[in-house]
Design a protein around this ligand. Structure first.
Ligand SMILES: Cc1ncc(COP(=O)(O)O)c(C=O)c1O
Ligand SMILES: N[C@@H](CCOP(=O)(O)O)C(=O)O
Length: 465
């Protein structure tokens, strides 16, 4: 499989190259040159397979040329062996129509573990036998950070620098990052929001002088391997609900557009998906873009769903590329305009190309709390606020009522105990394996949210290749 940049002007790479590079050299994002295609028979065969076998079938075409199926199976077994549920991502029924796909049984209690546990294995595999040293730089609104840190802490040949917005992640989220004291882990609190952190990370990748001094890599969903691993659970869930004979809809709590883009990839590969519902909180740039073509960024409003407090969604670029005619040069111009003005209009091709599959909704705090109460009263399910945003949107989705709607449950409720308690009266406890989180020592540095300060901090500590 070959990977090309959404902006059409970067080296074409194989899977290993795209995984290690993270961001493309022209500022774009890597995508497969063509989508692999699954027949109906191949989808039907997935119904009885374990998560690991499903993962091997779904991901094998994407890693072809870089990993054999047996190598991929070994990496998946190691990655998913650390999950606390045998099904890895179990489905839970709430009522006749609604299901939850629980994606939070990994080590750090959010869906990010599904991809990042594998990415940690991939980094180790691609670095083994070389003397390369990776400098990973990432930005987090709370969940990517801990999942990435857990995946690479203590690994040889890797340093990770993780930027989080000070005061804008939950205490559990922050401690899950800052209590990891491995010497290759560097937590940086910046005075700003997630968009600022993400822009600083991209600026470091795009600064030739800085990037030329280190072997930079990414753990955010700008890294194609992240999304590839997330495609798997769409197949896994749909196969269990009767695909390909039965179509399924998915409601996805959305911020950086990675998780829902993975659903788009599954649909491109032939999975019969009736609808992908993009559910945002009041930071609704994606809802505005999909419903009216207006992709203009406003300032971020802090909410009870901090992981989705995002107004510039990295992976939306991948969708615009894919549904807009795959014209890298045109998209490079469009993105340059957006980067300058923080506003753009989608082209007709982009709007219409997205409309066939995507629907969207913006959900406020009250509707989120109601969804939490409904899940608790209807099915005894205590859900996290991000999941509740998507469940609330799912309940309003206009669709043939016989089509099952799967809401992606992206985080364990114990990551956001205050919001859950406010809505339901129940204070979810941390699982025993991290029960002592609040007694652990924390370590992080506060750094000014400027390119000079953050790149200087990284440069002082990073290892040249
Ligand atoms: C718990 C949770 N739900 C939903 C999202 C949004 O996912 P995405 O950024 O892939 O759209 C995030 C952050 O990424 C998250 O941490
Ligand atoms: N919600 C995310 C934001 C970063 O998203 P990513 O999927 O691009 O890593 C987080 O928890 O950090």
């Amino acid at each position: 499989m070959r990977y090309i940049s959404t902006r059409g002007n970067a080296a074409v790479l194989d899977f290993e190259g795209a995984t290690l590079a993270g961001l493309a050299g022209d500022g774009g994002l890597y995508v497969p040159e063509a989508w692999p295609s699954f027949t109906r028979d191949a989808i039907a065969e997935l119904a009885g397979l374990s998560y690991v076998e499903t993962a091997v079938r779904v991901m094998a075409p994407f890693v072809a040329g870089s990993l054999s199926e047996d190598e991929l199976r070994d990496l998946c077994s190691a990655a998913y062996g650390r999950f606390a549920h045998d099904a890895v991502t179990p489905l839970v029924q709430i009522d006749q129509r609604h299901w939850l796909l629980e994606l939070f049984h990994g080590p750090t209690l959010a869906f990010k573990d599904v991809a990042l546990q594998l990415l940690g294995q991939l980094f180790e595999r691609f670095l083994s036998g070389t003397d390369r040293h990776l400098t990973i730089i990432g930005a987090t609104s709370g969940d990517t950070g801990s999942a990435a840190i857990d995946a690479v802490a203590g690994r040889k040949g890797i340093d990770i620098f993780m930027l989080h917005p000070a005061g804008r992640v939950s205490d559990v989220q922050r401690r899950q990052m800052t209590t990891v004291l491995a010497p290759n882990v560097h937590n940086i609190a910046i005075d700003g929001d997630f968009d600022t952190a993400q822009a600083l990370v991209k600026a470091m990748f795009n600064d030739r002088d800085f990037a030329g001094r280190f072997t930079l890599s990414a753990v955010n969903s700008i890294n194609w391997a992240r999304l590839m691993a997330q495609v798997v659970y769409y197949f896994y869930a749909a196969a269990r609900l009767g695909a390909p004979e039965r179509t399924v809809a998915f409601s996805v709590p959305t911020g950086n557009f990675g998780d829902v883009f993975a659903g788009h990839v599954a649909a491109r590969m032939g999975l019969p998906i009736a609808r992908l519902l993009v559910a945002t909180n009041v930071n609704d740039i994606l809802h505005r873009a999909l419903s009216s073509g207006d992709y203009s960024s406003a300032s971020v409003t802090p909410t009870a769903t901090p992981s989705m407090d995002i107004q510039v969604s990295s992976n939306f670029e991948r969708l615009l590329f894919d549904v807009g005619g795959r014209d890298g040069a045109a998209l490079a111009g469009q993105m340059a305009g957006f980067e300058a003005s923080k506003a753009m209009r989608l082209t007709n091709a982009q709007t219409q190309g997205a409309a066939g599959l995507f629907a969207s909704a913006s959900v406020d705090g009250e509707a989120m709390a109601q969804a939490m109460r409904w899940a608790s009263e209807r099915a005894g399910q205590v859900i996290d606020p991000h999941t509740a945003i998507a469940l609330s949107a799912a309940r309003e989705l206009e669709l043939d009522p016989t089509i099952p709607v799967v809401t992606l449950a992206t985080a364990h409720p114990a990551k956001f105990p205050d919001a859950v308690e406010r809505a339901t009266g129940v204070r979810p406890a941390l699982p025993a394996r991290i029960g002592d989180l609040f007694e652990r020592e924390e370590r992080f540095d506060s750094v000014a949210a400027t390119f000079e300060a953050v790149s200087g901090y990284v440069a002082e500590r990073a290892v040249a290749p």
